[in-house]
Design a protein around this ligand. Sequence first.
Ligand code: ACM
Ligand code: ZN
Length: 557
Amino acid sequence: MRKILTVLTALIILPFASFAKDPEVRLDIVPYPQSVEIGKGSVKIAGAQFYCDPRLDSLSRVTVASLAGKLSLVTGKISTNVIGISSTIAPPQKGFVFLFDKAMEDEEYSISATAKCITVKASSSNGFLYAVQTIKQMLPTAVYGRKMAVSEDWSIPVCEIKDKPRFKYRGMHLDCARHFFPVEEVKRYLDIMAVHKLNRFHWHLSDDQGWRIEIKNYPRLTEIGAYRSGTMIGKDFGSNDGIVYGGYYTQAQIKEVVKYAAGLGITVIPEIDLPGHMLGALSAYPQMGCTGGPYEVWTKWGVSNAVLCPGKEDTFYFLEGVLTEVMEIFPSEYIHIGGDECPKDHWKTCPDCQKRIAELGLKSDDKHSAEDYLQNYVTSRIQAFLGNKGRKIIGWDEILEGNLSEGATVMSWRGVDGGIQAAKMGFDAIMTPNTYCYFDYCQALKSENENEPLNIGGELPIEKVYGYEPFDGMDENSAKHILGVQANLWTEYIEEPEHLEYMLLPRMAALSEIQWCDQSRKDFERFKTAIDHEFKIYDTLGYTYSKVIKGIHGYKN
Ligand code: ACM
Ligand code: ZN
C-alpha cells in the first residue's frame, strides 16, 4: 500500500515539479495553449506504452488508441494501449498516461512531459482530442502522414502545458448551396476544422441557387430544387454556362456526416435559410410564394426578391414539416434559421401577406415597416415551434430588426454592430463579422487581387483576421453573451475543393487563435513563425493553402 501511495504521490507531484526551463526550445502550436513551460531535455516516444484510465469514455479511448496506432505506424515501433489504471494498479512512470480528471472544465486538458512519462489529463472527450492534437503538433509532421518515418526525432520536449479554449462556440460555416461539395469533401473540411480545434460546423444547406437536403415528405425539394439549369460565368451576371448543376445530401449521408463530426468533437448546426433565400424551395413548391410562381432555381448570384409567403398557413405547414425532419437528423441544440436579406417587395403587394399584417395589427413606425414586423412574426413562430421540441434558434443579425423573442441567438455578420447590439439587449451572440471572418473575401490586398484565384472581392489578409478582438466595443456584461466566433465560407465563386481549401487556409489557423486564445496569449509575430510548421502539416495532409503571407499568390502554379 505504501508503495502505491508513494507512486501516486509521485504522480501527483511530478507534473507540477519545477524544472529547468529551456529558452532554446520553441513550440509551434496553433492555436497556442494558455500556458506552456518548456524544460530541459525530451522524452522519447517511439514504442512508448499507452496506459489509459478506465474512466475515459469510449470516444476518448478511441482517441488514445488512434494515437497509439498512429505512432506505431510512423515510428515503426509498436505502442500498445493498456486500459486499466486504477488505485490497485499503479500507473506506470514511463510512456503515455491518460487520466480522467473531473476537476477539469469541459474541453480543458493538461500535458505534463517529464524525462520518461507523458501524463495527459482531461474531463471530456474533447479535452483528450485537443491534448492529442497538441501532442501531434509537438512531433515531426510525419505524424500526420501514413508512412513510416523511422529516422525522424520521435520525442517530445519536457514540458508542462495547461490549456482550455477561450470560447465554447468555435465555428466554421460552409455554403453547400451555391456550390455543392460531396460528402467526402465535407468530411475533409471537418478534418481541417479538427486540426484547428474548432467544434461547430454551420452547414448552409438551402438557398436561391439550390436546395441540398433530402426531405422525405417534400421530395420535389431535391428532385427540382437541387438543380439549376446553368450557372453564371465568372462575374458576368448576364451569362449562363447552360450546364445543369446540382446535387444534394440524402438523410443517410447527413447522418453519416453528423456521426463523423461527433467523432472529431464537432457539432453540426444545419441552416435552413428562411423566409428569404428560398428560391430553391419555391421552384419545387411555388404555392409557398406570394405570386405562386413559376419560379426557377437561380442561375446567378445575389438575392432573389421571391421569398416565402408568410400570409399563407401552408407555408408554415411546409416549414414545420421540413424542420421536423431536420431535427430528426441533426441532434444539435441549435438550428440556424437564416433570416438574412429578405426583400419585402412581394409582401407589400401580396393580399395574403397584407391580410396577415392586418390580422396581427402590425404597423409601420419610424424604424421599421409593417413587413419587417411580419418577418419577426415568422421568426418567433418558427422559434416557438422549435422551442417546443427543445431546440434553440440562431439567426443572422437581421432577426434583430423589430421585435426578437427571448432566447434567440444572433449571428453578427454585417460587421460587428449586430452582435454588439444583440449582446447589449441581453441576447446571446456569435460573432462572424464580414469585416474579419468572411473567408470568401480575397486574402491578398485589393491591389494584388488579380494574382489570386477568383473571389468575391474585398480584402481580408490573414493579419487582419488575426487582429480581430471579439469583445471590442462591448462592456463586461455584453461580453458574457458572446458565445464565440465563426468564419463563413460562401461559395458563389468557389467550385473546386482545392479552391475551397485555398480560401480556408491558413486563415482558419488565425481564426483558431481568436477562438481559443485569451487576448494576452495572442501574438502575431509568434503566430507568423509558427505558420511554417503549420504549412508542413498542411503539406503532409495534402491540403491546399495560400502562401500570400510569404508573398506567393495563387495555387495552380
Ligand atoms: C450573409 O452573408 N448573407 C449572412
Ligand atoms: Zn405573401
